[in-house]
Design a protein around this ligand. Structure first.
Ligand code: MD3
Ligand code: FE
Length: 222
């Protein structure tokens, strides 16, 4: 059983961090859940809009919607871009993470609709960006890390704002709400041989997101 949600560290306004939110057994169970998701929805290589340049990170998704990127643009869609199949359902632990962290600490009543799965081989990185493809910025984004440690950078709402770096370790949870929801952020690098969790060197990051706007009758925070 994972530890209860202890007090988080506030990395930046609205950016809450729980080092070791999942213990080793919880990480192993989630890694196995993700292996099963990836058996149904294999990793694909996203490409930059217009240029078609490949990302160094490979991706998949679970939940009703998934984020994809190809030469025609970024979007959320209900099916895998290569198999055409619906994304697999959320593993239960992701629903629990949303209840215990996003509902509890960001006050959201909205349900998550997508979980983007990022796979970083050693050497992969993600440049500084904002997550703006969702239609509902009142809901937070919740991240869980598995495998090798990442150097994560987070700034403010402007690209030129000062940034802070933290090391995201296997089992860590990070919640982005309020002012941090539209903060610039990225992954500078993966620290090799920093975890024994996965069967190969690298890192998995999971981000749970609300995509569509709240419907009439869905309770909103504040
Ligand atoms: C801050 N992923 O998938 S997770 C992404 O580790 C993404 O794979 C990184 O950036 C990763 O878009 C960082 C932490 C994270 C996720 C979403 C955010 C930070 C965020 C959204 C808004 C602000
Ligand atoms: Fe992001």
């Amino acid at each position: 059983m994972a530890p209860a949600s202890t007090a988080p560290i506030e990395v930046a306004p609205g950016c809450l961090w729980w080092p070791g939110w999942l213990d080793r057994a919880g990480q192993e169970a989630l890694a196995e859940d993700i292996r099963q998701v990836l058996a149904q929805a294999p990793l694909f290589t996203p490409r930059m809009p217009r240029t078609g340049k490949p990302f160094s990170v490979r991706m998949s998704n679970c939940g009703p919607l998934g984020w994809v990127s190809d030469q025609t643009g970024y979007r959320y869609q209900p099916t895998h871009p290569e198999t055409g199949q619906p994304w697999p359902p959320f593993p239960d632990v992701l629903k629990r993470a949303w209840r215990e962290l996003a509902r509890e600490f960001a006050g959201t009543a909205l349900a998550p609709e997508a979980c983007l799965i990022n796979w970083y081989a050693p050497g992969a990185r993600m440049g500084l960006h904002q997550d703006r493809d969702e239609q509902e910025f009142r809901a937070p984004v919740l991240s869980l890390s598995l495998g090798d440690t990442a150097l994560f950078r987070v700034g403010g709402a402007a690209r030129s704002d000062p940034t802070r770096s933290i090391r995201l370790v296997s089992g860590d949870a990070l919640l982005l709400s309020g002012p941090s929801r539209l903060a610039f952020h990225g992954i500078d690098r993966i620290l090799p041989d920093s975890s024994t969790l996965l069967r190969q060197p690298g890192r998995i990051n999971l981000t749970l997101r609300r995509v569509r706007p709240a419907e009439d009758g869905e309770i909103l925070p504040i």
